[in-house]
Design a protein around this ligand. Structure first.
Ligand code: KG4
Ligand code: ZN
Length: 357
């Protein structure tokens, strides 16, 4: 079964063509055109600019995906497209392109929730040794994680603990009540004048910083529910930097980055492990842009090994942590196996607040 997937929910225009057969995935192409350089100038994603960039890039990205996959357009079996959540002017470009292709090629269309894509990014595992990055076609196997699953999705727009008893069935057991974890990284990086996006630069600075220098309260770590809150932490960083305006040098920024990152990771790890224990998860997964953070991966892995030795855990390949269309194709494959979840061009709509159900 060959799936063409399209993703334009935020600031990456992406398309992937993947051939699935049982537990295998042959990635014929996966193209991501990032707009980060453009948005960097404004310190964050500008929705109208994102929309214009998607409009400019969608057809060239699709063209490249088909050329690299070396297949004719009518050889695809399904089209999967992210139809929410995200920036509505951005989503509409990908959804329109997918609808037009579905209409013209007479292929079924599948709407995918972006978060679902991040969850399913965990399913893809390389076969054998790591393949040469030069090789265009990449072979993977599809993981069969044991249910029940608990997945922490942490991105620029979302922070959620998702419980799954079977494929494609989601229960959100906790989420942020204000800023998303990635958003907090982005805002703190802005406060420290480190540019956009904040996650990678904070992580880099934190490597040589003293994480014990600034002591922040771990927001909602002790609360009984599984919700998160990161806006107060950002404000605490703001007050601290205002207080010490004159002493902000490189060392200060590194220590602040490390102390902030430590606080966020402590909360994420503690709540995820507690939820996994309470819900009896057999597998713990991670997804979204913040899951690129090596310290988060290392800490979550270590605590899970210590406290839940019988549970498995899997983290996505690094290239699948930030937005891409490959993860959308994987979720699309599981939808396609369940015919009730396949639709046509008439019924898929872009929805900025699409709920994961
Ligand atoms: O999943 P994603 O590409 O887009 C959304 O769906 O939002 O996530 C982007 C977010 C940004 O907030 C970025 O700062 C964060 O992921 N991020 C990281 C790292 N790399 C990206 N956060 C922490 N550490 C990183 N290494
Ligand atoms: Zn994302």
């Amino acid at each position: 079964m060959i799936i063409l997937a399209i993703e334009t929910s935020c600031d990456e225009t992406a398309a992937a063509i993947v051939e699935f057969s049982r537990e295998k995935a042959k990635v014929l192409s996966s193209i991501v055109s990032s707009q980060i350089k453009m948005h960097k100038k404004y310190g964050g994603v500008v929705p109208s600019l994102a929309s214009r960039m998607h409009l400019k890039n969608t057809i060239p990205v699709l063209d490249k995906a088909f050329k690299q996959a070396k297949i004719k357009k009518d050889k695809i079996d399904y089209i999967a497209v992210t139809n929410g959540p995200g920036l509505i002017p951005a989503l509409m470009i990908g959804v329109s392109a997918a609808k037009a292709l579905s209409f013209a090629l007479k292929k079924p269309l599948i709407g995918i929730n972006h978060i679902e894509g991040h969850v399913y990014s965990n399913w893809l595992k390389p076969i054998g040794k790591v393949q040469s990055p030069k090789s265009k076609v990449q072979n993977y196997k599809l993981l069969k994680p044991k249910f029940p699953i608990l997945c922490l999705t942490v991105s620029g727009g979302h922070t959620q603990l998702i419980f799954m008893e079977k494929d494609l069935h989601y229960k959100i057991i906790g989420e942020t009540i204000d800023d998303a974890a990635g958003e907090a990284f982005d805002k703190v990086a802005k406060l420290l004048d480190l540019g956009y996006p904040g996650g990678p630069v904070i992580e880099k600075m934190a490597k040589s910083g003293d994480e014990g220098r600034f002591k922040f309260t771990r927001p909602m770590m002790q609360s009984k529910d599984y919700n998160f809150s990161f806006s107060g932490l950002k404000t605490a960083v703001l007050y601290e930097t205002r207080k010490s305006e004159r002493e902000i040098d490189l060392k200060y920024k590194k220590d602040m980055a490390a102390s902030f990152q430590r606080t966020v990771i402590d909360v994420l790890v503690s709540k995820t492990v507690r939820a996994a224990e309470e819900y009896g998860a057999k597998t713990v997964l991670l997804g979204g842009g913040v899951s690129a953070n090596e310290k988060l991966r290392a800490d979550l892995g270590r605590v899970l090994r210590e406290e839940m030795p019988n549970a498995a855990y899997h983290f996505p390949l690094f290239k699948l942590t930030t937005d891409n269309a490959l993860m959308i194709s994987i979720a699309g494959y599981y939808h396609a196996l369940d015919k009730n979840r396949v639709s046509d061009w008439k019924s898929i709509k872009a929805d900025a607040n699409l709920k994961l159900e």
